[in-house]
Ligand binder design. Structure first.
Ligand code: NDP
Ligand code: 8X3
Length: 256
């Protein structure tokens, strides 16, 4: 196992769920964290719980969909923070569960802009420096939804299938460098994900996890950490992890 002590880890979507858990796990291992999200107040509150000295934490209020903002955030990092070792492309969301032919254009734009274009922007601005230094690791948070499509999942599943293809493409394009790429693809994880999907309908969101034991965001963060701490000649390409209570995107064991 290699150490991430003092490595610079940029996590998008660190104000909640899987991103916040990744921040905790890497903080405990001594990494220096750049945490990004749109909700700066949430990020600041969360950061207090990490109890890190100032030289171990740098916050970015960032909408990953904003191409110019991503460019500016990365190119204006203070010199001590500019050499990113690990990029965790986690920011993402689902919106709605409508049939495709009844879909909402704004929901589509949001998912495509965040899950695909946002991930691409971060990758485009962070990876060149990794290639130059011949070191680094990109972790893309994909999903079981990128492997299996489910009713109403249409566009969200499409974005996660794109993440899968982008991770594979990036791995090929990085061949000949020491830069690593992993896609970590979870099944059901209880976070704010379903609340966001159902536009704040908490009752409907709760039902998604009712009667089964979902993954926790920490379970996913552990796998991300595992990928980054393998010996430097090892690349974990893809991990699919699911709750024991889930057998496929749609087949779950629910005791109600
Ligand atoms: P949460 O809703 O709990 O967290 C999503 C995070 O993404 C938040 O921190 C949010 O921060 C951030 N985010 C969303 N849009 C943007 C944006 N435009 N710019 C910057 N940050 C953004 O959900 P999860 O933790 O579950 O989701 C994390 C990732 O995991 C997503 O990519 C999701 O698709 C994936 N995933 C989730 C699964 C699940 O069952 N929960 C399963 C498989 C994959 P803020 O709103 O402050 O910007
Ligand atoms: C989140 C998992 O199955 O709800 O990516 O789409 S699922």
């Amino acid at each position: 196992m290699i150490s991430v002590n003092n490595q610079i880890v940029l996590i998008t979507g660190a104000s909640s769920g899987i991103g916040a858990s990744c921040a905790k796990v890497f903080a405990q291992a001594g990494a220096k964290l750049i945490l990004a999200a749109r909700r700066c107040d949430r990020l600041q509150e969360f950061t207090k719980t990490l109890n890190l000295p100032d030289d171990k934490i740098h916050l970015l209020q960032l909408d990953v969909c904003d191409h110019t903002a991503v460019e500016s955030a990365i190119s204006n990092l203070p010199p001590d923070w500019s050499k990113i070792d690990i990029l965790i492309n986690n920011a993402g969301l689902s919106r709605g569960l409508n049939k495709l032919y009844e879909g909402d254009f704004q929901d589509w734009e949001e998912m495509i802009d965040t899950n695909i274009k946002g991930l691409l922007y971060l990758t485009r601005y962070v990876v060149p420096s990794m290639v130059k230094r011949n070191r680094g690791h990109i972790i893309n948070i994909g999903s079981i939804a990128g492997h299996q499509t489910y009713p109403g999942g249409n566009v969200y599943c499409g974005t996660k299938a794109a993440v899968k293809a982008i991770s594979e493409g990036l791995k090929q394009d990085l061949l000949g460098t020491r830069v690593r790429v992993s896609s970590v693809d979870p099944g059901m994880v209880e976070t704010e994900f379903s609340e966001v999907r159902f536009h704040g309908d908490t009752e409907r969101a709760k039902k998604v996890y009712e009667g089964l034991t979902p993954l926790t965001p920490n379970d996913v963060a552990d796998v991300v950490f595992f990928c980054t701490t393998r010996p430097t000649h090892v690349n974990i390409n893809e991990v699919i992890l699911m709750p024991v209570d889930q057998a496929s995107a749609t087949l779950v064991n629910r005791k109600l």
